[in-house]
Design a protein around this ligand. Structure first.
Ligand code: PLP
Length: 396
């Protein structure tokens, strides 16, 4: 690794924390150390921090503060939503509809339910990674209790037609959960306008701390007894409306709220800047390096995501060579990038296993600069040329 200059273009895997978030967390580590369930004043100070944080986070997605359940991660939020909805509604039906593009946090949770007697419908996606809403509606049966489809994909950046999915779910009175871990804080989300019942998010994808997440859980009020349409999957103290027991991570949550406040204020500007970087990277890679193609939708994609297929070489070699000149990117998804299996997302959009091995994900972020993009675009072509010369798969 070149330590004199290091360019981080792997913001979909995780982000560097914003200094302004670190500052807020440091303050709360010192002052909000009380247990938010305690009656004394230091406990109540922590409780107030929680109330304010809930309000800030809820406001980003047009939710109410009592609809935010803090968790330890996006993965935990996905588990609480899916396993909780399955447990609560199994007497009504045992079918869950999801997509072939989901993050493992949703995919493996659904596969686990399958072992327990639920039927899981994996909705296919087109070559861009988009689901077909007509097909979704056709797949709903009397047995369907939950639709779980991600807001935006972590590998190829494709943004799903969430508003249309929400309308279909509402029409058929089926619960709708969306894993918005990649979209939250990056593009506008409105849980009311989009008819979302449950939504998962994670602080570390928006310049906040790792190990802090949340589940938005619609308060259905009089429609469901006590407003609850999921069952807890963990038991303990009554924290987070009985949905996520354990002493609450107040400094981490205060950091999450600061990250959300910054994302909310900076979103229009960041969308513009990052879309420009993304499009410059896409144009240059496709235009200047032969035998490359774009994975994901050309326009319905996250502002920060570019994902390429690079023929005749493996993505892993490109990642290692780029790292040696001080650039971090990835191949496949963050969690599966150590596995030799081709990415299930790339297979789902129709790539052959060998093609899927040659993927390169470049995700810009808040701290990316013009120079970073220039440096990446200068270093990538010679690396690909060199690897292709050595590759047994090459076309030459
Ligand atoms: N869902 C998606 C779409 C993700 O990209 C990730 C992380 O990569 C997760 C869920 C898991 O989030 P966490 O790392 O907070 O468990």
């Amino acid at each position: 690794m070149n330590t004199s200059r290091y360019i981080y273009l792997d913001n979909a895997a995780t982000t560097k924390m914003d200094e302004r978030v670190i500052e807020v967390m440091n303050e709360h580590f010192k002052t909000s150390y009380g247990n938010s369930s305690s009656l004394h004043s230091i406990g109540q100070k922590a409780a107030q921090t929680l109330v304010k944080s809930r309000e800030t986070i809820a406001s980003l997605i047009n939710a109410k503060r009592e609809e935010i359940i803090f968790t330890s991660s996006g993965t935990e939020a996905d588990n609480i939503a899916i396993l909780g909805a399955a447990a609560k509604n199994q007497t009504r039906g045992k079918n869950i509809i999801t997509s072939t593009l989901e993050h493992h946090a949703v995919e493996n949770t659904c596969k686990n339910l399958k072992k327990k007697g639920f039927s899981i419908t994996f909705l296919p996606v087109d070559k861009y990674g988009l689901i077909d809403t007509k097909e979704l509606e056709d797949m709903i049966t009397d047995e369907t209790i939950l639709i779980s489809i991600m807001f935006a994909n972590n590998e190829i950046g494709t943004i799903e037609p969430i508003k249309e999915i929400g309308a279909i779910a509402k029409k058929h009175d089926v619960l709708f959960h969306t894993d918005a871990v990649q979209a939250f804080g990056k593009i506008p989300i409105d849980v009311e306008a989009m008819n979302i019942d449950m939504l998962s998010a994670s602080a570390h994808k928006l310049y906040g701390p790792k190990g802090v997440g949340m589940l938005y859980l619609r308060n259905k009020g009089v429609r469901e007894s006590g407003g609850k349409f999921i069952e807890p999957i963990m038991y303990g103290g009554g924290h987070e409306k009985d949905m996520r027991p354990s002493t609450v991570n107040v400094p981490g949550i205060a950091g999450f709220a600061k990250a959300v406040e910054l994302a909310k204020n900076e979103m229009p500007k960041e969308i513009e800047i990052q879309t420009n970087y993304r499009d410059k990277i896409i144009k240059n890679v496709l235009g200047k390096i032969r035998d490359t193609y774009l994975n994901g939708h050309p326009t319905k994609r996250l502002p920060n995501n570019a994902n390429f297929g690079v023929r005749f070489i493996e993505g892993e070699s490109i990642v290692l060579d780029l790292d040696s000149v001080g650039i971090a990117v990835s191949t496949g998804s963050a969690c599966s990038s150590k596995s030799l299996d081709p990415s299930h997302v790339l297979l789902a959009i129709g790539l052959k296993p060998q093609e899927a091995q040659g993927s390169l994900r470049v995700t810009v972020g808040r701290f990316t600069t013009d120079d970073d993009v220039e440096y990446f675009l200068e270093k990538l072509p010679p690396i690909i040329n060199r690897l292709r010369k050595m590759s047994p798969l090459k076309s030459k």
